[in-house]
Design a protein around this ligand. Structure first.
Ligand code: ACO
Length: 430
């Protein structure tokens, strides 16, 4: 017999429907709780709250499983490309040959940004963080394509999706060129998605840039691994903003801002800075582990721990293996990799990390590969954003197409002063 969970509250008995997902995940539907009992649930940080049901990504943090539309991340990492994986996430199935060709053509056709947008870059100081530039540029796209505001027009949405995937890549490369004072390099239609990005990043008008196939492969891998991760902080942000029927450009721009935080996507930059700091200090790794465990210190082992994974992050496993072989292939000897491996070894045999189930996450090794590919540290989170883009888009699209979609509006438990009255200035003390 199916479970019939009940809640006993103030002498009332309330049946709570049990919602079971396709992988047997169970959730209590409490949507009628307040209407029937005047009580809400309280769950700071959403530790125990499913904000939605979703058919995009399955994640089992205890077992270390990650699948996009049912396909294990390990298979996609080995066999797919970023463009194909984007199609899979956004449209729910692997594309046929003509579907993939059309989709790739869309991304190629829309890769230029409006010439007026190029001038925006002049307004930023040379020290501007590329995430600040990226977020404002993405929302600015809605002023060049105001038709995107009509979220009921499906044909238009498909074009907006193509524009975003194509142009964010161009904007990311331009923001890098701006930061090093080099001229912008326009996209080239003859190149694949990742090769095109590398060309815009690293070529200069004075000479050709031979796009290296190994680098393209490594970039595809990293972008696939970052492409979606169900209801994480930035994706939930995109969904919340989108729930107000806000257009896709603006919703994604909000996601970029959420990703920037050091506890989320910004961690990849922090990991590299931490490894640099450990390297420069000449101190043994153990002393940094001790600092990370010390509750009086605010130092954390960046790239370690995850809200959902209480096991090795499957993406970190793939990245760690790739990291090893990429550094070998490129003949790069990076002492930071040695430090990272030693940190991991010490942490994984330390009771503090074992008890709290703290394992390396996706960001722990990704920076070492990005650096080997020539991508500077302050661009790491931009690379994450480029990878996460199809996931954000897929969630925004799933939500606006859902007949159950409603504006996201959490409740609160108020803890401020009770009724109080306005005092004129001459009667206020202190
Ligand atoms: N180093 C040292 N201690 C840690 C770390 C860490 N990296 N992460 C968690 N802990 C400890 C906490 O101090 C806490 O200890 P306590 O129980 O004694 O108080 C316990 O482990 C649980 O940690 P919380 O912060 O409560 O876990 P939460 O799920 O809220 O946070 C988070 C998860 C933000 C990822 C956290 O592990 C962290 O700050 N990690 C470092 C930043 C990082 O790598 N972020 C990237 C995450 S992956 C991504 O977003 C792409």
């Amino acid at each position: 017999m199916a479970d019939r969970p009940q809640l006993h509250i103030d002498g009332q008995i309330l049946d709570l429907p049990l919602i079971v997902g396709s992988e047997n995940e169970r959730g209590l539907d409490i949507s009628s709780l307040r209407t029937k009992t005047g009580t809400v649930t309280l769950d700071p940080g959403f530790m125990n709250t499913a904000s939605t049901s979703s058919a995009i990504t399955f994640l089992d943090g205890e077992k270390g499983i990650l699948r996009y539309r049912g396909i294990p991340i390990e298979e996609l990492a080995e066999k797919s490309t970023f463009v194909e994986t984007s199609y899979l996430l956004i449209y729910g199935k692997l594309p046929s040959k003509p579907e993939l060709e059309n989709f790739s053509r869309l991304l190629t056709r829309h890769s230029l940004i409006h010439e007026d947008m190029k001038r925006f870059f002049d307004g930023y100081p040379g020290t501007a963080h590329p995430m600040a530039i990226l977020s404002s540029m993405v929302v600015s796209l809605s002023s060049f394509y105001p038709e995107a505001v009509d979220i009921k027009n499906h044909e238009q949405i498909d074009i907006t999706i193509g524009r975003l995937l194509a142009k964010v890549r161009t904007i990311a490369a331009f923001s890098y060129k701006k930061s090093i004072g080099q001229p912008f390099v326009y996209p080239k239609n003859s190149l694949s998605y990742c090769a095109n990005f590398l060309n815009m990043m690293f070529s200069v008008p004075a000479e050709d840039y031979p796009v290296d196939e190994e680098t393209v492969k490594a970039l595809n891998l990293l972008l696939i691994l970052h492409a979606d991760h169900e209801q994480n902080c930035s994706t939930s942000t995109v969904r919340l903003v989108g729930s107000a029927q806000t257009n896709l450009f603006a919703s994604i721009s909000a996601g970029v801002c959420a990703l920037w935080g050091p506890l989320h996507g910004g961690a990849n930059q922090e990991v590299m800075e931490m490894l640099d700091e450990i390297h420069a200090s000449g101190q043994p790794v153990d002393s940094f582990i001790a600092r990370a465990k010390d509750k009086r210190s605010d130092f954390r082992l960046m790239g370690f721990g995850h809200r959902v994974y209480k096991n090795y992050d499957p993406r970190a496993k793939i990245i760690k293996a790739a990291c090893d072989s990429i550094l070998k292939k490129f003949g790069v000897k990076d002492p930071k990799l040695e430090i990272a491996l030693r940190l991991e070894e010490v942490a994984l045999s330390d009771d503090y990390f074992i008890e709290r189930k703290l394992y390396p996450n996706v960001d722990f090794y990704s920076g070492i590969i990005y650096r080997a590919l020539g991508i500077p540290t302050n661009m790491f989170t931009v690379m994450f954003a480029l990878g996460r883009l199809p996931g954000w888009i897929a969630h925004w699209k799933e939500q606006i197409e859902s007949p159950l979609a409603r504006i996201g509006r959490p409740r609160q438990i108020y803890t401020g002063p009770t009724l109080n009255h306005y005092l004129p200035m001459d009667q206020r003390t202190g």
